[in-house]
Ligand binder design. Structure first.
Ligand code: NAD
Length: 501
C-alpha cells in the first residue's frame, strides 16, 4: 500500500518499443540532492520487463540493420538538431537529479552531443577494404557488420554523456540498443529516447529499462543480447566483464579512477592551481576524470598548497540551479556520509587537513564543503581509495622519476596530467606513464568524440575504448570475403593448399 505522499510523485517510465511503459513491481526513489527530498519514483525492471525490451530490440533489428547507411545517418542528423534544441531541458533534469550545476550539466550534455555528431559520419566510418588479385583472379574484401542487440549500463555521474558514449555509435552501426541508466538519475534517458523517436528512429531500436543489480543481472543472462557496454565502479566493472565473458557476450567495462596531476617546480603555479581546482571540485568531485591526487614535486609543494587552499576556500557551494554556484551537493545522503567518513579517516591516519569540508555548510540537501589534505602518504585510505567527492589530496615527492613511479604503482589508470614548462619532462611523462588518457597542462584530458575514451588497468576491463573508431570496432564485426569467378583462364583449386599466388 502506497503512502499518500508517494501517490503524488511522478513515475519515470521505461521506454520500450517506442513508447513509455511503467512495468509493475519494485519501485525506487529519485532524490533532488539539493533539497534531500524524494521527487519521483522509478520502476525497477525484473527479468520479464527486460525480456520485453529484448523482444522489442530483436524485432526491430533486421529492419534497422538493413536500412541504408544514409538513412541511418540522416536520423542521426535530425537527432543532433533535436538534442541541440533541447540541451537545456536535458541539463535541467541532470541538475535536478544529480545535483551538479546547470552550466556543468550543459557542458556534459554538449560532450555527449558531440558523439552523435561523430556518428553522423557513419557512412565514412563503415567503409571496408578491397584488394584485387590476392591470388590470380581472386579478390578479397572486408565489411563491418553490426553485432545485434546491444546493452549499455551507466553510472549516476553523467546521466546523458556516458549513455551517449555508447548508443549513438551502436545504433548508427545498425545495432539496436537497450540502455539501463543509473536508477539515481533516470529522467534524462527518457527525454533522449523521446527525441530519438521524433528524429525518425523506428520503434524498438532504442529502449530504456530502469533498475538496480537485479535488472543488470537479467540483461547479462539474456541470450538475446550480443554485446554489453558498462561504465561504473571497478568491482562492478570487473564482475560485469567476467559474467559477459562467461555468457559469450562481447564486453567493454569501464571502472573507477584515482587520477593524479604531477606538478613540477617549473610549472606556472597559478595556472596549475586554477586548473586543479576545477578538476578536483567540479561536479563535487563526482567525475571519473576528476583529479583527486596532486603529486607536488620538490619546491612546487609549499606555494602550490597555499594557492589551492585559497582557491578551494573561495568556491561557492549551493544548489546547482542557482546563479553563481560553483559546486553542488553530493548525489545521495549515503554517498555524502561515505565521503565524510573518508575525511575523518584522513585526519586519523595523519594527513594534514589544510581545509576540512566535512561539516555540511547548509542545513538541507546532501552538501559537503571542499576538503584539501596535504602530506598524504600512499598507504592512507584517502589516497588508496576512490572517494568520488570534493576531496583533494597532495602527496610530496622530490623528483619526476618518483612522481612517475607513484602514478604507475596505482592500480587505477584512467587519466593523469602533468603541469610543467619543460617539453622534455612532458615528453618523458607521456612516454613512461601507464595511464590511458594523459594531459599536458590539461587537467581533465577527456578525448573529443572522434578519439576514443578509456583507461588502463583497473579502470577498464576489455580491449576497446568507447566512441571514436574504437567504438565503431566494438559495435561491429569484421567479415572478410574472398571471391573467384570461373572461366578466368585459371585452374580450379585442387586438394593441396596453393603455393603460388
Ligand atoms: P556503480 O558501479 O555503483 O553503478 C554503475 C551501474 O551499475 C548503475 O547502472 C547501477 O545500477 C549498476 N549496478 C550497481 N550495483 C550493481 C551490481 N552489484 N551488479 C550489477 N550492476 C550494478 O557506479 P556509480 O556509483 O553509479 O558511478 C560512479 C562510479 O563510476 C565511479 O567509480 C566512477 O569512477 C565510475 N565512472 C567511471 C567512468 C569511466 O569512464 N571509467 C565514467 C563515469 C563514472
Amino acid at each position: 500500500m502506497n503512502k499518500p505522499s508517494e501517490l503524488k510523485l511522478d513515475t519515470v517510465p521505461c521506454w520500450i518499443g517506442g513508447k513509455p511503459v511503467a512495468p509493475a513491481g519494485r519501485m525506487g526513489e529519485v532524490y533532488n540532492p539539493a533539497t534531500g527530498q524524494v521527487t519521483k519514483r522509478v520502476p525497477y525492471c525484473d527479468a520479464t520487463a527486460v525480456d520485453s525490451a529484448v523482444k522489442a530490440a530483436s524485432a526491430a533489428y533486421p529492419g534497422w540493420r538493413d536500412a541504408s547507411i544514409l538513412r541511418r545517418a540522416r536520423v542521426m542528423q535530425k537527432y543532433l538538431q533535436l538534442l541541440q534544441a533541447h540541451q537545456k531541458d536535458i541539463a535541467r533534469l541532470i541538475t535536478a537529479e544529480h545535483g551538479k550545476t546547470l552550466p556543468d550539466a550543459m557542458g556534459s550534455v554538449q560532450r555527449g552531443i558531440e558523439v552523435v555528431e561523430f556518428a553522423c559520419g557513419i557512412p565514412q566510418l563503415l567503409k571496408g577494404e578491397y584488394s584485387e588479385n590476392v591470388g590470380t583472379a581472386v579478390d578479397t574484401h572486408s565489411v563491418r557488420q553490426p553485432v545485434g542487440v546491444c546493452a549499455g549500463i551507466t553510472p549516476f555521474n553523467f546521466p546523458a554523456m556516458v549513455p551517449m558514449w555508447m548508443y549513438p555509435v551502436a545504433i548508427a552501426c545498425g545495432n539496436t540498443f537497450i540502455l539501463k541508466p543509473s536508477e539515481k538519475v533516470p529522467s534524462a534517458s527518457i527525454l533522449m529516447a523521446e527525441l530519438f523517436k521524433q528524429a525518425g528512429l523506428p520503434d524498438g531500436v532504442f529502449n530504456v529499462v530502469h533498475g538496480d543489480k537485479a535488472t543488470v543481472d537479467a540483461l547479462l543472462a539474456h541470450p538475446g543480447i550480443a554485446a554489453v557496454s558498462f561504465v561504473g565502479s571497478t568491482p562492478i566493472a570487473k564482475s560485469i566483464y567476467e559474467t559477459c565473458a562467461r555468457n559469450g557476450k562481447r564486453v567493454q567495462a569501464l571502472g573507477g579512477a584515482k587520477n593524479h596531476a604531477v606538478v613540477l617546480p617549473d610549472a606556472d603555479l597559478e595556472f596549475a592551481a586554477d586548473a586543479l581546482i576545477g578538476a578536483a571540485y567540479g561536479s563535487a568531485g563526482e567525475r571519473c576524470m576528476a583529479i583527486s591526487a596532486v603529486v607536488a614535486v620538490g619546491a612546487a609543494a609549499d606555494p602550490l598548497v597555499k594557492l589551492l587552499e585559497k582557491k578551494a576556500r573561495a568556491i561557492k557551494v549551493g544548489p546547482g540551479d542557482q546563479d553563481g554556484v560553483e559546486m553542488g551537493p553530493l548525489v545521495t545522503g549515503q554517498h555524502r556520509d561515505k565521503v565524510a567518513g573518508y575525511i575523518d579517516k584522513g585526519k586519523t591516519e595523519g594527513a594534514k587537513a589544510v581545509l576540512d569540508g566535512g561539516k555540511p555548510p547548509l542545513q538541507e540537501g546532501f552538501f559537503l564543503g571542499t576538503t584539501l589534505f596535504d602530506h598524504v602518504k600512499p598507504e592512507m585510505s584517502v589516497y588508496r581509495d576512490e572517494i568520488f567527492g570534493p576531496v583533494l589530496v597532495v602527496l610530496r615527492v622530490q623528483t619526476l622519476e618518483e612522481a612517475i613511479a607513484l602514478v604507475n604503482k596505482n592500480p587505477y589508470a584512467n587519466g593523469t596530467a602533468i603541469f610543467t614548462e619543460s617539453g622534455g619532462a612532458a615528453r618523458r611523462f607521456e612516454n613512461e606513464v601507464q595511464v590511458g588518457m594523459v594531459g599536458i597542462n590539461v587537467p581533465i584530458p577527456v578525448p573529443v568524440a572522434f578519439y576514443s575514451f578509456g583507461g588502463w588497468k583497473n579502470s577498464l576491463f576489455g580491449d576497446l575504448h568507447m566512441h571514436g573508431v574504437e567504438g565503431v570496432k566494438f559495435y561491429t564485426r569484421t567479415k572478410v570475403i574472398t571471391t573467384r569467378w570461373p572461366h578466368q583462364d585459371t585452374p580450379a583449386p585442387g586438394l593441396n593448399m596453393p603455393t603460388l599466388g
